[in-house]
Structure formats: C-alpha cells, structure tokens
Design a protein around this ligand. Sequence first.
Ligand code: MEV
Length: 433
Amino acid sequence: MMVTSRVPGFYKLSPEKRLELVASAAQLNDEEKQVLTGEQRFPLRIADAMIENVVGIMPIPLGIATNFKINGIDRLIPMATEEPSVVAAASNAARMSYELGGFFTSLSGSIMRGQIQVVELPDPYGAMARLYENKQAILDRCNAKDPTLVSLGGGAVDVEVHVMEQAKRPMLVLHLLVDTRDAMGANAVNTMAEAVAPFIEELTAGRVVLRIISNLADRRLVRARAVFSREQLGGDKIVENILLAYELAECDPYRAATHNKGIMNGISAVVLATGNDTRAVEAGAHAYAAKSGRYRSLTRWERNREGNLVGTIELPMAVGIVGGATKSHPTARLALKLMNIQSAAELAGSIAAVGLAQNLAALRALADEGIQKGHMALHARNLAIMAGANEEQIELVVQQAIREGDVRYDRIRELTQEWQRRHADGKGNRAQG
Ligand code: MEV
C-alpha cells in the first residue's frame, strides 16, 4: 500500500472529509469507518471484559498527524489525546524534516526484564553463583510456560543476578531476560517469573517475595533521528534558541520534567491510540531519563554543518501489536491498520519519531512566540462551539477574539450572539426584499 503522509490543508477539512481520505489510504471498509467515528458504538461487553465494575466508556478524540516519513515510508499517525495543539504540533514538526528524509529509527531488541526478589539468604554471593550455574535449567523451566512465544523465536534467553548491597538485609534480584517479540510481554514475563520462583528458592535457599516485570526496559531501547530544516524552523536565531532551551533541560530537572512531558504528549497519544500501556511506557521513559543519576532530557539537539537542527531521541519502548487491548479494542486495531504497522519494532520506531517531533514543535514555539498563541486559537474554537457558533461563525468569532486578545467565554459568547443576530437580520432583509 503506497500512502503519502503529506496532505496539505488536511487540518482545514471537516472530520468526515478527513476520514474519507485516511480510510481510502488505509483501505478501511464502511464498518471500520463507523468504528472510528463512534457510529458503531464501542460494545459494553468488550469494555466489561477489559476492566472491572464497568459502567460506561470514556471517549477521547483520535486525530491523525500528517507529514511523517519513517525509514523511508510515509505513515499516517493516529493520536488519542484530550490536549489541544498536540496533533497539529507533531504534524508541523514532521513537515520540517520531510524534505530532509524524515525520521530514521532503530530498536536495540525486544527483551524485557522480569525481576524475582529473593530474601533471607544465608549466602547471597554463593546463591548468585548457584543461579548462574543453573542458568539453562532456569531458562528451560520458564520457556516450558510459553511454547507459543518460543515457537515465534522468543522466550527466556538469559539471566542476570544483582546482589542488593544497599539493602539492610541480605537480598538479591534475579533478572529473567525474555525476548517478547511482537508482544509488549508483561503477561509472558510475569507468568514465567511466578512459575520459576520455587526453583529459585531451591537454588538460593532463600525466600522469594516479588515476581514481576521491570518497566525500565533498557534492553528494548528505541532510537530515532531526524534533521529539521533551518529555513523552515525560521532561521539561525530560532535554531540557537532551541539549542539553548535544550541545554537548560540537560542541566535543570525542573525544565527537563516539562521538556520530557512535551515528548510524552506525542508518545502517550500514539501508545494509547494503539491500545498499549501508557503507564508502562511513561514509567520506562522517566526512569531512563534519570539513568545517569540526574533526571535529564530524553532527546538531544545539535546543529550540523549546514546549520540544520539534528534531533535524536532514545528511550525504552515496551509496546506490542499482539495481545491485550492492541487486539481486543476495535479502535486500537484500526489505529495499527492506519499506520500500516507490521511489527512491534515498526510501531516502537514510529512512536519515537512522534516523540522527537513533539519535542521539536514545543521547543520551536517556546524559542519564538511561545505556545499560548496556538493554544488560544484552539481554546477560542472550543469556547465558540460551546457558545453555539455554527461552522461558518466559529472562524469569524475566533479571529475577532484573537485580534482583540480577549479569549474568554463571556466575550466569545457576545461575539457569537452578534454574528447570529447579523445573520438573522441579513436573512430577514433578504426575505423582505
Ligand atoms: C505542554 O503540554 C508541553 C510543553 O510544556 C512542553 C515543553 O515545555 O517543552 C509545551
């Protein structure tokens, strides 16, 4: 399927027209379109099977970010978010890299860690040695629990033992390294960790307490890189300000938290749209940002010889395309179809690209006019809709409110009512004439 992600003026179309465009690109049938628009209601019985005590569903807007070229392939990016400006910002940033090749990504592997905590150890270092001596027997017991994963080329592949020297009492943690392939892997890893625990007690002569996945997925690191055009960014001064903003994030955790929050605006929106675990990815991202002992930026920014801005991002990305909500949630399935994703590695790379673009967009706005102007237009739009403006009146009201610098509900309501009165008068006059 050949798709272009460059759809100039996409944002100006109605939601129905936009849907037509993406549906034809991704070859969605009528039923699939109705799932996306919500005309085909999300079945309560699926919701009830997903979590407990279900009483309803919570709709979140799903937007499409345009202009993404990732490893040479144009992809439409579905983003589920309640925050205005995020989708527009990602699309704008991606446009500034498109002509320079777009995004290039890589994944270090698909290995997750399961942790088995062992306490009450008579000889922690002796226990560590015994665990390593019995590595193959440990792995075999784990793999017996998931023959499907093994048949797909995955499974438990290695162990690491960490004696917790900082703990007050003798304690060690066995890490099971499990290749989870196209699955996020929490279920596979947790099942293995629980199953092998009695054998670990036998080998260590200790007592097992925790048996659970680690969300610091540092053997599943995704990297993305892109070059952003200096001209499209607005010139050397803005590039310089972006580099200064990045420098602050590198040395000040107060700024790094906000800087990384902006990155997660993009990442979590795609993770959510594809039915993956937003909290797992977020926990991994923030823990990784602090891996040096200080909380830092997940991205790096440099200027190349041509004066263009080179951005890179590196973070754990535990996402899958099989299992859990990725398959059971009808919209999540369609999100993967819209993106044309065939593997968890492709999904991870695409998500990292969005995170990088999102960061660039925020830094670009902050380095220049600030973010409020863009936010205000959308905010004003929402207020105009609340005030009852129709399609035609929304734009007029928004423009006027922004010109006046007064984006408050009472003023927007006044403006909407004025336009509605004028419209009614116009109609009345025509009727009389
Ligand atoms: C707002 O949701 C995100 C930003 O604050 C990110 C940043 O400051 O880099 C704009």
